[in-house]
Design a protein around this ligand. Structure first.
Ligand SMILES: *[C@@H]1O[C@H](CO)[C@@H](O)[C@H](O)[C@H]1NC(C)=O
Ligand SMILES: *[C@@H]1O[C@H](CO)[C@@H](O)[C@H](O)[C@H]1NC(C)=O
Ligand SMILES: *[C@@H]1O[C@H](CO)[C@@H](O)[C@H](O)[C@H]1NC(C)=O
Ligand SMILES: *[C@@H]1O[C@H](CO)[C@@H](O)[C@H](O)[C@H]1NC(C)=O
Ligand SMILES: *[C@@H]1O[C@H](CO)[C@@H](O)[C@H](O)[C@H]1NC(C)=O
Ligand SMILES: *[C@@H]1O[C@H](CO)[C@@H](O)[C@H](O)[C@H]1NC(C)=O
Ligand SMILES: *[C@@H]1O[C@H](CO)[C@@H](O)[C@H](O)[C@H]1NC(C)=O
Ligand SMILES: *[C@@H]1O[C@H](CO)[C@@H](O)[C@H](O)[C@H]1NC(C)=O
Ligand SMILES: *[C@@H]1O[C@H](CO)[C@@H](O)[C@H](O)[C@H]1NC(C)=O
Ligand SMILES: *[C@@H]1O[C@H](CO)[C@@H](O)[C@H](O)[C@H]1NC(C)=O
Ligand SMILES: *[C@@H]1O[C@H](CO)[C@@H](O)[C@H](O)[C@H]1NC(C)=O
Ligand SMILES: *[C@@H]1O[C@H](CO)[C@@H](O)[C@H](O)[C@H]1NC(C)=O
Length: 767
């Protein structure tokens, strides 16, 4: 009884003693000097308690102990490991101290050295301290000079103010090394560092010493191939410096107020992580290689990643090159890359200015292994490349200067969807590569900008053009599984128009042109592949039941965004003139993409409308002023968009629409029901019956009716349509009844008889 009480009192006493502040110095120690032992599981902390040095076991390996540096806010986030290759196994009594020769040593339970800073020191008295940057520094106690620091021996984490480097004389590198796995800090397969060669600095991730990812050259401000670096708010801080005395070039990031780090994980992904203090976790802000498509040299020499979608990609040969091994290439094995199609002439003389020429490839991450010509302006750069036949490409980014390539062009990326980023690369080709089309300047320019497929290639890929929108099956299947458009009746002018227009457009709601072919009087366009074909096939096919209202609404919004880009966001104003569901293609995620720009008109400057003597378009979608008088503008596209919206809501084609009451067109029917406040009855049964937002369906019908009003001035602009769809504009005006409220049996072209214009209607199903 008494004993028990005494024991309780003793416990109480011990507890009070241990919670007394003066006793805590041993726990909050922040240095280790001679004679002091840090014993597992004690720690030392940095002055402001940002980092700790101590012992840890990774996840799933509680029997293995390591010495490391970790964050105080997140102790499982280890930024440095001492004995990664030499763990303490089932040994929880190790200690860290300063040895007699001044080195920091980690000893196991029987006083054997497990790890040591292992430097030859002249001092016997040194002290080790963990800094708020995470750097563990061993200093000579007498002079205070650092004699060893953990930042010079990185693990898998790159911290602000740390330096990773390459020595231009010895090529000795300080680099990050990945762990073998998340639970094993042994040195893994990947490393991250910089490489300085020919005066060009690049970041690399290596896999067993072979390049795995490459940043592109440093231009003094940023890494040119990494435009996301300049757009990320956390990333502007990479800088490159050089220690002239030793010839060491280093990469560093400045000290930060928030916690952040670049970590290389065991599968070779480098990630910028930023600590979220509220959620108590790390957010990833940037990562490379971002997808499989960013892996170094994926497409082999003289080729580039043609399209990349969630790790699905295909490779394209550079212009003037063809697959080295067609069979492998056709099976999706790109490793052997491409080779030159027509040999270089190599007899350029400045006096005649004939000979090889350069093809300009815009917005690239330039190939690896560039060489620099110093003191050359752009003209000199080009000339020097031209006169030396071993120069096969050059580039002249002003901040870097003249770069050229000699052996091979490898690891090129083409930022086709981000024009303006990256560097223009000039590739040397035989002059006959440029005479593919007739000799007009514009067409030569086209040939320079586009992959030109040969007719035979496309014919093979499509089984000799069998069927509609054929997808390749044979050897070329993987490459040319594309939607392509054959333009039998189209004139050269329209074809050129389409190619030129579409080549300038880049938007997620516009279809992407991959290349074209002009040969044997055939004119073909090769588009990116849209597995789910066109909207009309989904919309007007009664067996397709999976097009619910949410999908329909997002399709409507997507088309409107694409249209806004055409009308307002691209540098030019472009009137499509033939908007209809068969010209809207769907990708795998149901994103709509507007296609078929054969009839598009481009305006520069302030012009925003036009007049034509040749009315072309599709019956049922043409605005009255266009069908009758040939006047077209943004508002005539808005009209077509309105018709399409009604079709999306109702699920019937305007042109083949027959109501019970045959006097009404689809437009008239919509207006009648809407004005009778019975708008929901207009929607297709399957969506009207679903519990989906009936108010949104009625509102969309209302917006569509505003779009199909007779007078262009009454119709909303594309931007207004989008604002209405997004509820930025809440109150909608009352629409006028549509003019073409008469049945389709009465051809609208008759109205055009008074017009002096000739009217051409393409067939309802389009080309
Ligand atoms: C290890 O060294 C410490 C300090 O010198 C000593 O106290 C301890 O007894 C030694 N342990 C063993 C197992 O030798
Ligand atoms: C210590 O360094 C020497 C030479 O600098 C080296 O031979 C030795 O293997 C190193 N020892 C350890 C434990 O790293
Ligand atoms: C630890 O093991 C669990 C269960 O097997 C697993 O889910 C987890 O990913 C492992 N953690 C690490 C770091 O390997
Ligand atoms: C590291 O590389 C070797 C050799 O290529 C391979 O066998 C091993 O699976 C790789 N390890 C990891 C973790 O990727
Ligand atoms: C490395 O990071 C990437 C990207 O976050 C992730 O997909 C991958 O699974 C990670 N690897 C490991 C081994 O955790
Ligand atoms: C791809 O082609 C190369 C030769 O070009 C060959 O060595 C390799 O085995 C092929 N890879 C596959 C997966 O077939
Ligand atoms: C350059 O070489 C090509 C063939 O290699 C030849 O046809 C052409 O005449 C030569 N031009 C000059 C200027 O020598
Ligand atoms: C052409 O360039 C190569 C590679 O830079 C160089 O070795 C060679 O000397 C140059 N030839 C001439 C004639 O300048
Ligand atoms: C097209 O197919 C034929 C017959 O299979 C073949 O001989 C020819 O080389 C192919 N052409 C191209 C460009 O692939
Ligand atoms: C695409 O079409 C297929 C086949 O009709 C269908 O199963 C799928 O749901 C559609 N949508 C997407 C996003 O794949
Ligand atoms: C035909 O057009 C002229 C001039 O545009 C107009 O004055 C006339 O009223 C029109 N005739 C008819 C029948 O619409
Ligand atoms: C209308 O077409 C006919 C036949 O193609 C042509 O002769 C006539 O000049 C055209 N009229 C106008 C105004 O374009």
């Amino acid at each position: 009884m008494t004993n028990n009480t005494g024991f309780t009192q003793l416990l109480f006493l011990l507890q009070s003693i241990f919670s007394l502040p003066f006793l805590c110095f041993c726990l909050e120690r922040n240095t280790i000097s001679s004679g002091i032992y840090l014993r597992d599981p004690e720690t030392i902390v940095s002055p402001q308690n940002v980092f700790k040095l101590g012992f840890f076991s990774p996840d799933n390996s509680t029997n293995r102990r390591y010495l490391g540096v970790f964050y105080t806010v997140s102790e499982e986030t280890v930024v440095w490991v001492a004995n990664g290759d030499n763990p303490l196994i089932n040994d929880f009594s190790s200690s860290l101290t300063i040895s007699k020769d001044g080195n920091l040593v980690l000893m196991n339970g029987i006083n054997q050295t497990v790890w040591s800073t292992n430097i030859s020191t002249k001092t016997t008295a040194s002290i080790v301290q963990i800094q708020d940057t995470g750097n563990l520094i061993l200093r000579d106690l007498a002079t205070g000079n650092p004699i060893w620091e953990s930042f010079s021996h990185p693990s898998n984490v790159f911290l602000p103010t740390m330096k990773i480097s390459d020595n231009i004389n010895t090529h000795e590198k300080v680099a990050l090394w990945s762990w073998k796995s998340d639970s094993d800090p042994q040195v893994g397969n990947f490393s991250f560092g910089i490489d300085v060669r020919n005066d060009i600095v690049q970041m690399f991730i290596w896999n067993n010493g072979r390049p795995h990812w490459r940043s592109g050259p440093w231009d003094g401000d940023t890494f040119t191939g990494q435009f996301s670096l300049s757009t990320s708010p956390y990333q502007e801080g990479f800088s490159i410096g050089m220690d002239d005395r030793t010839g060491t070039v280093f990469l560093t990031t400045p000290e930060r107020r928030f916690l952040n780090m670049h970590a290389l994980n065991s599968s070779g992904n480098l990630m910028l992580m930023v600590w979220d203090d509220q959620r108590k976790n790390w957010n990833t802000f940037w990562m490379q290689p971002h997808t499989e498509c960013n892996v170094y040299g994926l497409c082999g020499p003289f080729a580039t990643v043609g399209s990349c979608n969630n790790d699905f990609y295909f490779c394209s040969c550079l212009r003037g090159f063809e697959p080295t091994n067609r069979d492998e290439w056709g099976r999706g094995n790109w490793s052997s890359g491409c080779e030159r199609r027509i040999q270089l002439q190599c007899n350029y003389t400045s006096s005649t200015d004939i000979g090889d020429r350069f093809f300009r490839m815009e917005s690239t991450n330039v190939p690896d292994s560039a060489v620099k010509f110093s003191n050359a302006n752009e003209d000199v750069c080009r000339q020097r490349c031209l006169v030396n036949c071993s120069c096969i490409a050059y580039a002249y980014p002003p901040k870097i200067g003249c770069m050229f390539w000699t052996d091979s062009l490898i690891d090129i990326r083409h930022y086709s969807s981000s024009p303006g980023y990256g560097i223009d690369l000039y590739i040397r080709l035989s002059p006959s590569e440029f005479v593919v089309l007739e000799d007009e300047l514009e067409k030569v320019k086209l040939a320079e900008e586009f992959p030109l497929f040969t007719f035979e290639t496309l014919a093979n890929a499509t089984d000799q053009f069998h069927g509609n929108n054929l997808l390749g099956k044979g050897g070329f299947g993987y490459v040319y599984e594309v939607h392509f458009q054959r333009l039998p009746g189209q004139g050269m002018d329209e074809f050129m128009n389409e190619v030129m227009v579409i080549s300038k457009l880049q938007h997620r709601n516009l279809v992407k042109l991959i290349g074209c072919c002009v040969e044997r009087k055939e004119k073909l366009l090769v588009y990116e592949h849209m597995p789910n074909k066109s909207l009309d096939l989904c919309l007007f096919d009664p067996s397709q039941t999976n097009l619910d209202w949410t999908k329909r609404f997002s399709i409507i919004q997507g088309i409107a965004r694409g249209l806004l880009y055409l009308h307002r966001d691209s540098r030019l104003t472009i009137i499509h003139r033939d908007l209809k569901p068969s010209n809207v293609l769907l990708d795998l995620d149901w994103n709509p993409k507007i296609s078929d720009f054969g009839l598009a008109k481009i305006f520069g400057g302030n012009q925003d409308h036009g007049n034509t003597a040749r009315v072309v378009g599709t019956y049922g979608y043409m605005a009255p002023e266009y069908a009758v008088e040939g006047r077209f503008s943004e508002k005539s596209d808005v009209y077509s968009f309105g018709v399409m919206m009604l079709e999306i809501i109702n699920g019937e084609k305007n042109a083949r629409y027959y109501n019970y009451d045959k006097s009404l067109s689809l437009l008239g029917y919509a207006w009648k029901l809407w004005s009778e406040e019975n708008g929901l009855a207009f929607a297709e049964e399957s969506i009207a019956m679903s519990p989906d937002l009936p108010a949104q369906i009625i509102r969309c019908t209302h917006i569509a009716l505003l779009c199909v009003q007779q007078f262009p001035k009454d119709r909303p602009s594309t931007r207004t349509v989008l604002s209405m769809l997004s509820h930025e504009i809440v109150d909608l005006p009352i629409p006028e009844p549509p003019v073409f409220a008469v049945g389709p049996t009465q051809p609208t072209c008759q109205v055009g008889k008074n017009s002096t214009n000739n009217v051409t209607l393409t067939s309802i199903d389009g080309r």
